[in-house]
Write a protein that binds this ligand. Structure first.
Ligand code: CP
Length: 317
């Protein structure tokens, strides 16, 4: 594995999932593989789970992790080729990234989309600049369009909880939100579940919220949430802004918030969310505070997903 940017960097999803579950059983089993190595974690946007789980994962592998919160602690970065830097940006990515490449063995980068320019966001412009100039393996800590570490943890969580011989029915359902959010968690979950191929996968959302088909192709799209939820084993709740009318909020329909009564037709579905979650906007207290919710276990599995990916990146170096 040269970089970890999407499921396309993964040869065998099941092998990664099994490795993550092994690390969960025995976190310190591979303490030697990261000895003397360093990972830089560069955050252009906020984070709690990704930052801490990746730091813990690195530590479990004997690796040192150093965090740089660019907007608080670093010089403001310029990304435009040929920019005349008379404004607020102080350092060009062409100068900063090669230096990070000399300090670290792996570089983790978090960079959210602007949600204004679809073409720029979907070209992963910022992440690509780090890849181009750092010269070391890049680990996506959530990019403009994808969140692969989250998706791996999501599949690990489904795998460890589903014990039946049949395929689980997994429903990704849109939820209301007060802000326009990126599509990356939904894109990435769809991409991973489709590539995994071990679930009956349904995506449910109001009309207008169709995601990019490059990620969803293979999933059933169901505009009626009640129909989608019937017989579900896992329900992944997530808001995203529109992809076609890029970055727009098209619906504020509170009926899309998942409540306990909506779980009645499911197969005692477990409820997932990547977090952070806006309570009683995206997901009701009654669901989040019930035994149906597996959001804490899901977030806990971020450590094992990150540890597995770091081990793969170290192995390839
Ligand atoms: N789910 C997730 O990526 O959480 P953070 O934004 O806190 O890292």
């Amino acid at each position: 594995m040269k970089h970890f940017l999407s499921v396309n960097d993964v040869e065998d999803i099941d092998a990664l999932v099994n490795k993550a579950l092994q690390f969960k059983m025995n976190p310190l089993v591979s303490q030697q593989i990261g000895a003397g190595k360093r990972i830089g974690l560069v955050f252009l946007n906020p984070s709690m789970r990704t930052r801490l789980s990746t730091q813990i994962a690195a530590e479990n592998l004997g690796m040192k992790a150093i965090v740089l919160n660019v907007n608080q602690d670093g010089w403001m970065l310029e990304f435009e080729e040929g920019a005349i830097m008379e404004g607020s940006s102080v350092e060009h990515i062409k100068d900063a990234a090669p230096i990070l490449g000399t300090y670290f063995d792996i570089l983790g980068v978090r960079t959210f989309p602007g949600l204004k320019d679809k073409e720029a966001d979907y070209s992963e412009f910022y992440l690509q600049q780090f890849i181009k100039y750092a010269g070391i393996p890049i680990l996506s800590l959530e990019s403009a369009t994808l969140h692969p570490l989250q998706s791996l943890a999501d599949i690990v969580t489904i795998e460890e909880l589903f014990r039946e011989k049949r395929k689980p029915k997994v429903v990704l359902t849109w939820a209301p939100h007060v802000k326009a959010l990126p599509q990356c968690v939904a894109n990435s979950f769809a991409q991973w579940i489709n590539a995994w191929g071990k679930a009956d996968f349904v995506i449910s959302h109001p009309a207008g919220y169709e995601l990019d088909e490059q990620f969803t192709k293979g999933a059933n799209i169901e505009y009626n949430q009640d129909t989608a939820l019937k017989d579900a084993d896992f329900i992944y709740v997530k808001n995203w802004s529109a992809y076609q009318e890029y970055g727009k909020i098209l619906s504020e329909d509170k009926n899309w918030m998942l409540t306990r009564s909506k779980l009645a037709t499911t197969k005692q579905a477990k409820v997932m969310h990547c977090l952070p979650v806006r309570r009683n906007v995206e997901l009701s207290d009654e669901v989040l505070d019930s035994a149906c919710s597996i959001v804490t276990q899901q977030a806990g599995n971020r450590v094992w997903a990150a540890q597995t990916v770091l081990a793969e990146l170290l192995k390839a170096k």
